[in-house]
Design a protein around this ligand. Structure first.
Ligand code: HAM
Length: 425
């Protein structure tokens, strides 16, 4: 016997009924994005490797260890996108979306790829809901982005959320901070091999080390917020002031640097109870140097990404009634012919209708109707057909009524509408 082929490690199939809950989450997100004026962009899964190397940073784990990179038949180095921000900026520049004044707001939803060690909440193909606002650098926009993110999460019924926030300052503040941090890192011993490498290449990355030992050593490290210049300090204070004004609780986390190099000023994460070790359900921040770094004008940006897989793991159970389904149970070839035409008619009326393609006993058909969660089963037999009528059975209570075959689709549509009004289906 030949072996069956399995999915790639760290990549999962998304099956019903779970897929329906994903659709609902995406529908809620789209609605809230629209409320805040964000428009959807859909981007390729593949980009030139250089895009990510230049934006995320060569010393980050993502670029150094986690990218799915290959050479295509033409000899170009391509990478399955590990995140969306760099490519949103690429598309923004390439399509001239940056032209014209004012803020431009986009959202994009889809799979990302990182070669990480799979565990609960961490996959090699995972999914993000991204929002990005480009062109304006004012603290009000930072707060709008954070409110938008929290609005989406709250509309989905998430509670127990914690907003962690920090300011990474601008490149000028970072020069000062990196100098102080470099001195600190050189004076301590016991850093892991990765950090010894990071210390030389980009000391900020040491702050993001996952090793407990390094984190303990970092407890006394200098803090970014002590190196903020006046403008960055004012920007950060205003963000915090506005969050307080809107009653948004936050925790300042002075060592939060995030896993990507492009951040400047405001950086944040949202953690949620119930996720275990991988507890960040979303992350984001300002990236004022990124557009320029990618060859564009000096335009600022800010955004976030929600980890949709993690979100789904903590989403409260919700009633998600499927559309009321009508099942057509037909006995005998003439009844099946009629039922097949009726199926088409019902669907044209906008109703969800199903039929047994296998021509089995009434008992088997009724049990299929139950399995599909049908609200009503229409029973068509030779006798009913001869009399020009059908039997309609409610599947929850078993009550039955007879309806004329003539005009049946419209009568069922009216019946379902009435039941919906009375909240019976
Ligand atoms: P990130 O923190 O790398 O940021 O990812 C954002 C979220 O994606 C994380 O908080 C997490 O929920 C989810 N995530 C990341 N890696 C995995 C994984 N391997 N498995 C499952 N979920 C994962 C970014 O990607 C930035 N582009 C966010 C951003 C947008 N910043 C500005 N705009």
């Amino acid at each position: 016997m030949t072996d069956t082929i399995r999915a790639v490690r760290g990549m999962k199939d998304l099956l019903p009924p779970e897929s329906r809950r994903w659709q609902q989450v995406e529908a809620v997100s789209r609605e809230i994005f629209a409320r805040y004026g964000y428009q959807e962009i859909r981007l390729p899964l593949l980009e030139r490797t250089e895009l990510f190397a230049r934006s995320i940073g060569a010393d980050t784990d993502i670029v150094a260890k986690e990218m799915y990179t290959f050479t295509d038949r033409h000899g170009d180095s391509l990478t399955l996108r590990p995140e969306a921000t760099a490519q949103v900026v690429r598309a923004y520049l390439e399509n001239g979306l940056h032209l014209g004044a004012g803020v431009k707001k986009f959202f994009t939803i889809g799979p990302m790829f990182r070669y990480e060690r799979p565990q609960k909440g961490r996959y090699r193909q995972f999914h993000q809901i991204n929002g990005e606002a480009l062109g304006v650098d004012v603290p009000e926009l930072d707060v709008e982005v954070i409110l938008l993110l929290l609005d989406i999460l709250k509309h989905l019924g998430l509670r127990d959320l914690e907003l962690l926030i920090n300011s990474l300052g601008c490149p000028v503040c970072q020069v000062d901070f990196k100098a102080r941090l470099t001195i600190f890192l050189a004076r301590r011993e016991g850093w892991c091999d990765d950090c010894l490498r990071r210390r030389a290449a980009n000391p900020l990355r040491v702050l993001d080390c996952k090793s407990q030992n390094c984190q303990a050593l970092l407890m006394e490290a200098p803090l970014l917020r002590d190196c903020l210049d006046d403008d960055c300090r004012r920007h950060y204070d205003r963000v915090l002031e506005l969050l307080s004004r809107f009653g948004v609780p936050y925790t300042e986390q002075p060592r939060l640097v995030r896993g990507l190099d492009y951040y400047t000023r405001t950086a944040f994460e949202v953690t949620a109870g119930g996720l275990g070790a991988q507890d960040a359900v979303a992350g984001g921040g300002r990236y004022n140097g990124l557009v320029k770094e990618l060859g564009g004008p000096d335009l600022p940006g800010i955004g976030f990404a929600i980890g949709q897989d993690r979100l789904m793991e903590i989403l409260p159970e919700q009633d998600s009634p499927a559309p009321p389904r009508i099942f057509l149970a037909a006995l005998g070839p003439p009844a099946r012919e009629t039922a097949f035409s009726l199926l088409r008619e019902l669907r044209r009326q906008g109703l969800a209708a199903e039929f047994d393609f296998q021509d089995r006993s009434l008992k088997a058909q009724l049990s299929l109707a139950n399995r599909l969660g049908a609200s009503f089963t229409v029973i068509l037999g030779d006798r009913e057909l001869a009399q020009g009528r059908v039997l309609v059975r409610r599947m929850d209570g078993g009550e039955q009524q007879t309806l004329p075959l003539d005009g049946l689709a419209a009568a069922l549509a009216a019946l379902i509408a009435r039941e919906k009004d009375e909240h019976r289906v």
